[in-house]
Design a protein around this ligand. Structure first.
Ligand code: CNA
Length: 279
């Protein structure tokens, strides 16, 4: 089970870290309250702050961290039952964790729907709107099209409710990384494992709700997720494998990113027709 802390070393801020977290850095959006950016009612009145943030967070800019590749290694070695994530950055998919092993509890930028008529739109369609600074408006009914990110008060995806029933009874080690465990119902999953399952929390700061819960089986590693996975890789004898995987994949992403930056530079030099849309 993971949260925003596994992606901070990739350059994506979390929500709640004082100073660097998104909630401390949303002044430019003039929100009455920081969490309004993920409130559906606020979004329906004023979708611009969300789409400005979406442009910053949009998948494609960031490269998965060693923590993501450690989870990929667990999968490659057939040790991963499932990966439950609160993150919306799609870095697990980029790290090669297959869709059937993922529960993206708070949704994803991968798919998009009209909030009024529910028409589906592809991620390529949405990306063009977001990066063109154009409000994504439904071609059928003129409603706003929203990435399938779960906003406060919205239902979680169906598999968030079905997969734990398959997974948690059989789980013999629950690794929880980079999360404040503040957001429910996701946080409540930690209680779903059987009493003999070891639970390891890896986080920069202690989480009261977790620490001391059950001293016989709960372990807290206070520190960075990447440091923790390198240490685990070391004791498992996987250091070289993790290093090779991380280096190989990261250099492929760097090459792709350079190529796309060069293409964007070329495009910027040629005149473009404005695609501004009014609603
Ligand atoms: P959070 O409440 O911001 O908590 C993150 C936790 O991670 C904090 O306790 C930090 O101390 C800790 N942390 C930060 N960096 C590291 C690190 N390198 N190593 C170890 N610990 C670290 O975020 P949660 O994920 O718990 O909250 C759930 C929200 C955050 C979900 O709804 C997400 O959609 C949302 N979110 C996602 C992203 C993303 O997709 N990358 C980014 C920001 C927020």
């Amino acid at each position: 089970m993971v949260g925003a802390g596994i992606s901070t070393s990739s350059g994506i801020p979390d929500f709640r870290s004082p100073g660097s977290g998104l909630y401390d850095n949303l002044q430019k959006y003039n929100l009455p309250h920081p969490t309004d950016i993920f409130e559906l009612d606020y979004f329906m009145d004023n979708p611009k702050p969300f789409f400005t943030l979406a442009k910053e967070l949009y998948p494609g800019h960031y490269i998965p961290s060693p923590a993501h590749y450690f989870i990929r290694l667990l999968h490659d070695k057939k040790l991963l039952t499932r990966h439950y994530t609160q993150n919306i950055d799609c870095l697990e998919r980029l790290a090669g964790i297959p869709e059937e092993k993922l529960v993206e509890a708070h949704g994803t930028f991968h798919t998009n729907h009209c909030v009024d008529c529910n028409k589906f739109y592809t991620k390529e369609w949405m990306k063009e709107k977001i990066f063109g600074d154009v409000l994504p408006v439904c071609e059928e009914c003129n409603g706003i099209v929203k990435p399938d990110i779960v906003f406060f008060g919205e239902n979680m995806p169906d598999h968030f409710y079905t997969k734990p029933l398959e997974d948690f009874d059989d789980c013999d080690l629950l690794i929880i990384m980079g999360t404040s465990l503040e957001v429910y119902p996701f946080a409540s999953l930690v209680a779903n494992v059987k009493p003999n399952c070891i639970r390891v929390l890896i986080n920069r700061v202690a989480i009261d709700k977790f620490s001391g819960r059950d001293k016989k089986r709960d372990i807290t590693f206070l520190g960075d997720c990447d440091d923790a996975v390198w240490q685990m890789a070391d004791v498992l004898g996987w250091t070289n494998e993790l290093k090779d995987l991380w280096k190989r994949e990261s250099s492929l992403f760097e090459q792709a990113r350079e190529k796309s930056d060069n293409n964007a530079d070329q495009e910027a030099k040629s005149p473009r027709i404005s695609k501004n849309n009014s609603r």
